[in-house]
Design a protein around this ligand. Sequence first.
Ligand SMILES: Nc1ncnc2c1ncn2[C@@H]1O[C@H](COP(=O)(O)OP(=O)(O)OP(=O)(O)O)[C@@H](O)[C@H]1O
Ligand SMILES: [Mg+2]
Length: 350
Amino acid sequence: MTAVAEITFEVPDGQFWVLVGPSGCGKSTILRIIAGLDRATSGTVWIGEQVVNHVPARQRDVAMVFQNYALYPHMTVAENLGFGLQMRGVDPQTRRKQVEAVADALNLSALLDRKPRQLSGGQQQRVALGRAIVRQPQVFLLDEPLSNLDAQLRDDTRAELKQLHQRLGVTTIYVTHDQVEAMTLADQIVVLDRGRIQQISDPQTLYNQPANQMVATFLGSPPMNILPATYKQGEFRVGQHSVPCPDRLRLLLQTLPNLDSVHLGIRPEHVHIVPAAEAAHLNAEAIVVEPLGRESLVRARWLGSAVTPVLTLHAAPQQLVRPGDRLFLQFDLDQLHVFDPASGKTLGYP
Ligand SMILES: Nc1ncnc2c1ncn2[C@@H]1O[C@H](COP(=O)(O)OP(=O)(O)OP(=O)(O)O)[C@@H](O)[C@H]1O
Ligand SMILES: [Mg+2]
């Protein structure tokens, strides 16, 4: 079985790139190949001006933090942090200074004398991060480094990481399956699925102009709604409902032969509850309402179709929606995405 195939990308010096994709898509494999822990069957890995295929991991000047990091259990936090420097013969005074600086940046100063077993999972994870940072490598390779932290600490550490990168400017490749981490941290995101690159882009472009349905539904929470539809002469049919096709999309779709069935994509934030049936594109029934404070998340079943996919949308707090309510829904037509149901490829986006 092939874990990853035809993976080509080039990270410019100093940038922060994120590899993102569902579990098993090959993220860790790619990172391990860059680090030198796995060997690719074919292809070339460059670090700077050097081909490193035959350079052992130790000599690649990369620091990797694993999904399952391991600290030295018999060493204190300070010793764990300083170990790499010690191995490279850095004198004790310089070592202490660098360890203290990193401990300070990661909020570990009060824990320097503890052993790993006296730390929480989150604290251990920050030590593992610190151990990589203190080495000042040419490249950071981080594999889900925040996965063991609770939600609050994950948000904080994420912001610290971003700040740290702004300060140090070390080229970083960061692996996560969390699309929020990907969006918030990355200069460029590489979206992977089943061992292949789906799209490489900056976060905003990925969000607005996804290359295919996988990228479209992977980025964004809750995910983009996908409605099976047919297209005929400037009009989409969704079940019994008619959704007009905006002019710009129409021009695009006209050029495609044999366009019959399509997948319509619309993000939850672009679906609105309207008071009257006349203005609505779709009628639906609310199934579940999840209050989030600033708004409510409504999951609705749209009516008048053989299949009944579920649609998510946001409702303002003053729009009191209850399960079972009939909803008239309007789409922001200029926010429609269209996908080829067979290949998943994007046929048109806003
Ligand atoms: N040592 C191995 N031998 C054989 N197959 C492997 C090995 N390690 C990983 N794989 C397979 O390669 C594919 C990619 O695995 P990889 O660990 O890179 O995924 P991932 O994207 O990091 O997933 P996760 O988000 O769960 O960590 C998976 O199908 C996995 O089962
Ligand atoms: Mg992994």
